[in-house]
Design a protein around this ligand. Structure first.
Ligand code: HEM
Length: 410
């Protein structure tokens, strides 16, 4: 197990042991250094916030800017010369620009549009499960958890089926958080390819609109999105809209299989799927930390002084296990009271715009999987789960999830 006597070193080195189980390290940080300056492998000093109350306050603190143009040097040192054009969206802006962009997207990405996708999502889930083998071990991630959200986000945006493998390929390259020059060059190329693809797709939507979200966004007129904002918004929805949900489905299936009593509880009462998904997001979600913010003035959080211009990251994973907020936080309990207070989807003006879609997809995926295959097991229940290694905490997800499905009647 990762040493916890020096939690700062353990967290900043992001060792495999830490990746396997970061929770003891976060627990030590919450106790000893809840707002902790550290230098992760990307080399840029970052203040990491780990307590729930500090985290929630920081997520909506206007002194912490999301407009990365203001911290370009730090940003470039971490990500290289990736296409800044793709960052022209709500995730990387402050009010009033953020308010304008978010309002425009909200006007089309409505709960109604999400609910209208329900039969389509169910159909995609059913087809993917039809194609899964039974009675033999296979990896559930590439067979189910990954293609589901990718297909759904392409349906939502109106990416034609033949072009979806390109989206998959480019997203995989962009998601690589490798810090080598080669990795950064590949990411930059993928960013440029994304930009070119969405520019061309938007032109197609303008000449021949469909009933998809991108056509609707492209049609907003006066005061609408600029061309570059539109391309960048398509990118952020595509990118944020599938890896997050795919990793969550993987983490959720793993924890339910590793906790059979909890799984049986959900199987006996299908109404529990909603609360179970919330508890899974609190317990071990796919977005470990917030995106970067930087301080626009000297400030203090949780008693720690943060100088103007410093990078700040908020550990959502840690905040959601804070015992000052959640009783017995390391226990996974689908009947837990107060789970809804988790900040797995963030908080404040940047609260995840895709949360209703992510919830719907995860609920349909889990209910269908466990209904159709009630005897699903981990292929090797004794094996350590293979958590992804990243040079700084952003996503938390498995690299593979071998399972065995037995048909219901066997
Ligand atoms: C389990 C799945 C998901 C998780 C855990 C998740 C988590 C988050 C979090 C924590 C934030 C806030 C980041 C910050 O403040 O630094 C966020 C923002 C965002 N998410 Fe998600 N997300 C998920 C799914 C989705 C989906 C399906 C979409 C799109 C279809 C999406 C689109 C976005 C966008 C555009 C933002 C930026 C919102 C803004 O800046 O106003 N996410 N998400």
């Amino acid at each position: 197990m990762t040493t916890t006597h020096d939690p700062v070193a353990a967290a900043e080195r992001c060792t495999p042991a830490y990746r396997r189980n970061p929770h003891p390290v976060y627990s030590a940080l919450r106790e000893a250094a809840p707002v902790c300056p550290m230098t992760p492998p990307h080399g840029v000093k970052t203040y990491l916030i780990t307590r729930y109350e500090d985290a929630r306050a920081a997520l909506s603190d206007p002194r912490l800017s999301k407009d990365m143009y203001g911290a370009m040097d730090a940003y470039r040192r971490i990500f290289g010369d990736s296409s800044v054009a793709l960052d022209d969206n709500m995730l990387n802006s402050d009010a009033p620009k953020h308010t304008r962009l978010r309002k425009l997207v909200n006007s089309e990405f409505t709960p109604r549009r999400v609910e209208a996708l329900r039969p389509k999502i169910q159909d995609i889930v059913d087809r993917l499960l039809d194609a899964c083998p039974t009675g033999t071990p296979f990896d559930l991630l590439p067979a189910f958890a990954f293609p589901l959200p990718m297909t759904v986000i392409c349906e939502l945006l109106g990416v034609p089926p033949k072009e979806r493998s390109l989206m998959q390929e480019l997203s995989t390259t962009v998601a690589q958080t490798g810090l080598s020059e080669e990795s950064k060059r590949a990411q930059q190329q993928a960013d440029e390819d994304f930009h070119a693809y969405f520019t061309e797709l938007i032109a197609r939507k303008r000449s021949k609109p469909g009933d998809d979200l991108l056509s609707a966004l492209a049609a907003t007129k006066d005061g609408g999105l600029t061309e570059n904002e539109l391309v960048s918004t398509a990118f952020v929805l595509m990118f944020a809209g599938h890896k997050t949900t795919a990793y969550l489905i993987g983490n959720a299936v793993y924890h339910l299989l590793a906790n059979p009593a909890q799984l049986r509880t959900v199987q006996k009462d299908p109404e529990l799927i909603g609360p179970a998904v919330e508890e899974l997001i609190r317990y071990d979600s796919s977005v470990e930390s917030s995106t970067f913010r930087y301080s626009t003035e000297d400030m203090e959080i949780g008693g720690t002084r943060i100088p103007k211009g410093a990078l700040v990251q908020i550990s959502l994973l840690s905040a959601n296990r804070d015992p000052l907020k959640f009783e017995n936080p390391d226990e996974f309990d689908v009947h837990r009271q107060g789970t809804a207070a988790h900040i797995g989807f963030g908080h404040g003006s940047h609260y995840c715009i895709g949360a209703p879609l992510a919830r719907l997809e995860t609920q349909l995926a889990l209910s269908s999987l466990f209904r159709r295959f009630p005897k699903i097991t981990l292929a090797d229940p004794q094996a350590e789960p293979a958590w992804m290694e990243v040079p700084f905490p952003a996503f938390r997800g498995l690299t593979n999830l071998p399972v065995v499905l037995q048909p219901a009647a066997s």
